[in-house]
Design a protein around this ligand. Structure first.
Ligand code: SF4
Length: 220
């Protein structure tokens, strides 16, 4: 069972090929300064609990769209890789033609990545920045888990199913640090990148809720 904060249907080319349904989990190990999905950490609200079978019943309504467009389900959040057993069971239950995409920061134990990366069709990896000082200032955590998980993905040769997101985060990183991240990733064999800029709505108070393209990718 897992708590879900959103199930968003009929997404087109935002977080995977074809028509997708975004399934957003509650819970995230990071504390990003410009997180728009603060509900993923909200313990006061009672979000519904789902089993993989119950989720399948609900998202099956779009089976025809998924099959006709090569789409499927994108797991996001929050952090979906806190729920590897749930995603693996869902993959077993759902039609094999459905594509399974996972949008993750990879700030999770390696065994979680090892369980899901091989069975996912696409991994959308939100790295923030590979510079550990920038990462710590922005997320409140070291990037050690992210780095070891990226190295594992490279070792086993799964880079080509990954799209790495490289955000420009005002007040935290720069075009130069993004270039350095991209070069390090290219050396590791990653080839697909998505460079974009977080849009902070209220420059005067950047620590308040803000809109980012990251959020747009997650919730349309
Ligand atoms: S922006 Fe994403 S990774 Fe960062 S705290 Fe929010 S949900 Fe977690």
């Amino acid at each position: 069972m897992a708590r879900l904060i959103a199930i968003s249907r009929h997404r087109i080319a935002t977080d995977g090929k074809g028509v997708t349904t975004l399934v957003a989990f509650h819970g995230c190990p990071l504390d990003c300064r410009y997180c728009l999905n603060k509900q993923c950490k909200d313990e006061a609200h009672k979000y519904p609990e789902y089993s993989p079978a119950r989720l399948l019943e609900e998202v099956r309504v779009d089976d025809l769209y998924f099959q006709a467009t090569g789409g499927g389900v994108t797991f996001g959040g929050g952090e979906p890789l806190l729920h590897p057993d749930f995603i693996a069971e869902f993959r077993e239950l759902c039609p094999p033609e459905w594509k399974i995409n996972v949008e993750s920061s990879l700030a999770v134990p390696m065994q979680n990545v090892q369980k899901i990366a091989p069975l996912a069709d696409c991994m959308i990896i939100d790295i923030k920045d590979l510079d550990d000082d920038i990462y710590r200032r922005y997320t409140g955590r070291s990037n050690a888990l992210l780095m070891s998980n990226l190295r594992w993905i490279a070792e086993v040769g799964l880079q080509d199913k990954c799209k790495v997101r490289l955000p420009l985060i005002k007040g935290y990183n720069s075009r130069n640090s993004i270039s350095r991240s991209r070069i390090k990733l290219a050396v590791m064999g990653f080839r697909y990148f998505d460079e974009f800029k977080y849009i902070i709505k209220n420059d005067a108070t950047p620590d308040t809720d803000s809109v980012s393209e990251h959020a747009a990718h997650m919730f349309g």
